[in-house]
Design a protein around this ligand. Structure first.
Ligand code: PHE
Length: 348
């Protein structure tokens, strides 16, 4: 076999091998072996020394052509293998956009906010305005304007966080009554407002007491407001929060800023009034305080009690939520344990 034939055979074998190789590493090995210094082509070319001079150029250029061809074949195969590997990789990494996603954990309004929202909706629907007041309040509004002068014994009903002699954390939302009445222009019509918000008392926290809790104040001032209006309004609240079949009953009570004052009970939503653990066998649950606005309160806010009068109420959304959902420790609302709070998640 002469050199040319050897080269031809090598060429054929090598081309076949290259075409079969589907692995980049192996392709590289073939390249190094075939075209390298110790490779078969170099080896064959070394044999040219034994050829007659006039044959050398012809064999030389044939050898170069074979080398070029193999080089090109290797490059082409490499390119093809890369292409296949690439498309396999794309296939592997493909995203199925039709797969259901991982649900995002969304928050939910706090249970107390849900109760407040429910009450706000009810009263907005009846034409009330929703008013905000400061939590850091003046003694003047929190007590004096609510008919609780200094040294009035009823101040002891609400243990107070004082900041200075005159400034305190409000113990009730009632000061918003005075603030709103002072500003209201009665020539424009009656005053109908609710005011939800946080209140503070110097209590030791336990299952039924929290040093910070919520109230919703309500106030209506007009020319001919009666206790029947109050009762109808309270019934509406009870039925909205505790169910359409609820009844209410009023018991005489005392607040310095209302006269007469009442404590309001709602018929037990658990047993319907027969008596159970929730209502302590009485059939009734105490839910809020209310009354007809005291003439002194009107006077101090610049409203003439000879012409105007009205009712006020104060309710506790914390207590509402506890009753409604059977939560027996108020602290559960404030520890912010997600496992507790997410049980009240609101699905719209
Ligand atoms: N402010 C009273 C309280 O905190 C509740 C109340 C408000 C009672 C309005 C009557 C009228 O106890």
């Amino acid at each position: 076999m002469n050199l040319q034939e050897k080269l031809q055979r090598l060429e054929q074998q090598a081309l076949a091998e290259i075409k079969q190789t589907d692995n980049l590493e192996k392709i590289n090995k073939i390249r190094v072996h075939l075209l390298g210094k110790k490779g078969p082509i170099t080896e064959i070319l070394r044999g040219m020394r034994d050829l007659p001079k006039e044959q050398r150029p012809q064999v030389g250029s044939f050898a170069n052509a074979v080398r070029d061809e193999l080089t090109a074949a290797i490059a082409k195969q490499k390119e093809q293998v890369e292409l296949i590997l690439n498309s396999k990789k794309l296939e592997r990494e493909a995203i199925d956009v039709t797969l259901p996603g991982v649900p995002v954990k969304a928050g939910t309004p706090h249970i107390i906010m849900q109760v407040i929202d429910q009450i706000e909706k009810l009263f907005l629907g009846m034409g009330y305005q929703v008013v905000d007041g400061p939590e850091v309040e003046e003694d003047h509004y929190n007590f004096e304007m609510m008919n609780l002068p200094k040294d009035h014994p009823a101040r002891d009903m609400q243990d107070t966080f004082y900041i200075t002699d005159q400034i305190l954390m409000r113990t009730q939302t009632s000061p918003v009554q005075a603030r709103t009445m002072e500003k209201h222009d009665f020539s424009q019509g009656p005053l109908k407002m609710i005011s939800p918000g946080k209140v503070y008392r110097r209590d030791t926290d336990d299952a039924t007491h929290s040093h910070q809790f919520h109230q919703v104040e309500g106030l209506v001032i007009d020319k001919h407001v009666t206790m029947a209006d109050l009762k109808g309004t309270l019934e509406k609240i009870a039925q909205t929060v505790f169910g359409a079949k609820r009844q209410i009953r009023l018991r005489p009570s005392y607040f310095p800023f209302t006269e007469p004052s009442v404590e309001v009970d709602v018929s037990c939503f658990k047993c319907g009034g027969k008596g159970c653990q929730v209502c302590k066998q009485t059939g009734w649950i105490e839910v809020l305080g209310a009354g007809m606005v005291h003439p002194n309160v009107l006077k101090m806010a610049g409203v003439d009690p000879q012409i105007f009068g009205g009712f006020a109420f104060g309710l506790g959304p914390d207590r509402f939520a506890m009753l409604k959902y059977g939560v027996d420790d108020i602290r559960d609302f404030y520890l912010n344990d997600v496992r507790v709070l997410e049980q009240f998640s609101q699905k719209e």
